[in-house]
Design a binder for this molecule. Structure first.
Ligand SMILES: *Cc1c(COP(=O)(O)O)cnc(C)c1O
Length: 407
């Protein structure tokens, strides 16, 4: 934090002070929306600047008595700009600790690598494809016994848990690309009874619409690349933990030793992006709901997958678990099969034909051709990441592309 730019004598132990004051601030009467807009209200003490400087130093002066009382030793584990971004994320997730990584994949895989060989892990059949691939291939080299289960089905989860052997249940809700909903509270109860932790990829839900830790989860993960940053210009990942326990400390060590860290410039951009998180995701979620309701009646659309629709199989749980919105992601199944879906994606103008999600610009993607064999994604599905453009324009553009593809 800002004290770092003051003369050394005045900032002894400031790393600890800055964390303590962050914790105090998150208990202030201000809402998360207010705290988020001001990036926790931190200023640069030296200049009174409302935007703290970017800390780039990779190394720090050691005290004459051989100590590092600043709490900063070396840039790989220690960077103040990264810590500022982590404090903001901890505030959003109501977490005891948060940690940033060089990507969402680095954040997620660090959780699995903190397990021990032989541990049994449950993960969803419908989930972010790159992580599922890693779990099905690489994770085995770590000795993990990974089993995929339909986590939207509580009975299936209960049946798959092996008490004393299952150490982690991984959830993603809503999950790519069908936006399946898993019941975080119910599954956390099952997991804890069996001695397992629950990790939730909450990238799509965002901290604005779902509070996984308050629902009983132990760890929350985000591809901060997506809605947290929101501007499609940073690759970053994040974890937030309910407790600073031994498992968390193992993940801290893994990030440090594998060097899966985020750079200070990316952390700065992320802080800037998170200032408008609440505004962006509420606007995008309202537009996604609007589009879902309009496309569900569209003659060239067979099905709309969006947890905000009463017809979605996860709607009832989503309505309980998500507050304030159902998120900015939906999928449409185009009548006429894969060829029509691909032709529709080819015909858009305002929507951008690209992978990824959570940015201010709306993206459209034919998902099955990206995910490849083994994917539960139907070939006629187009994934839509709704941004903050005028929803009437988004509707008109896609409506026209659907008409042309069926012309
Ligand atoms: C993008 C994404 C990831 C991976 O994040 P990267 O920053 O690309 O490594 C993980 N989970 C979900 C749901 C994602 O959308």
């Amino acid at each position: 934090m800002s004290e770092r730019s003051k003369p050394p004598v005045s900032h002894r132990g400031s790393a600890k002070t800055s964390r303590a004051s962050t914790a105090a601030k998150s208990n202030a009467p201000w809402s998360k929306r207010s705290l988020g807009a001001q990036a926790l209200g931190r200023i640069d003490e030296a200049t009174r600047a409302v935007v703290p400087p970017i800390h780039v130093s990779t190394t720090f002066i050691r005290d004459a008595d051989n100590q590092y009382s600043s709490g900063f030793v070396y840039g790989r584990p220690d960077n103040e700009t990264v810590r500022e971004a982590e404090a903001i994320l901890a505030m959003w997730e109501e977490a005891e600790a948060a940690m940033l990584f060089g990507s969402g994949m680095a954040a997620a895989t660090s959780v699995f690598m903190a397990l021990a060989p032989g541990d049994h892990v449950l993960a969803p059949t419908v989930m972010y494809w790159a992580l599922r691939n890693w779990l099905m291939t690489e994770a085995r080299h770590w000795g993990l016994d990974v089993e995929l289960v339909d986590t939207s089905d509580i009975d299936a989860v209960r049946a798959a848990v092996r008490p004393g052997r299952t150490r982690l249940i991984w959830l993603e809700t809503p999950s790519n690309p069908l936006w399946s909903i898993s019941d975080i509270a119910a599954i956390s109860a099952i997991a804890h009874e069996a001695g397992a932790r629950v990790g939730v990829d909450s990238t799509v839900a965002t901290p604005v619409f779902t509070r996984p830790l308050a629902l009983g989860a132990d760890i929350v993960m985000h591809a901060a690349t997506k809605a947290l940053n929101g501007h499609s210009d940073v690759i970053a990942g994040a974890l937030a933990s309910a407790r600073k326990d031994a498992f968390w400390e193992r993940i801290v060590a893994i990030r440090k030793n594998f060097g899966a860290v985020l750079g200070p410039f990316e952390a700065f951009l992320l802080i800037r992006g998170m200032r408008t998180l609440d505004l962006r995701v509420r606007t995008a979620s309202a537009s996604a709901a609007d589009l879902a309701h309009r496309f569900v009646r569209h003659p060239h659309v067979g099905e709309v997958l969006y947890p905000g629709l009463a017809s979605h199989p996860g709607h009832d749980i989503a309505a309980r678990q998500m507050t304030g919105g159902f998120g900015h992601m939906l999928s449409v199944r185009v009548r006429g099969g894969e060829a029509s879906a691909v032709a529709t994606a080819a015909g858009v103008d305002l929507w951008k034909r690209a992978t990824s999600l959570g940015g201010v610009e709306s993206l459209i993607e034919h998902r099955a051709s990206i995910e490849g064999p083994g994917s539960p994604c139907p070939p006629d599905l187009l994934r839509l990441s709704v941004g903050i453009e005028d929803p009437d324009d988004l509707f008109r553009d896609l409506d026209r592309a659907l008409a042309r593809a069926h012309g």
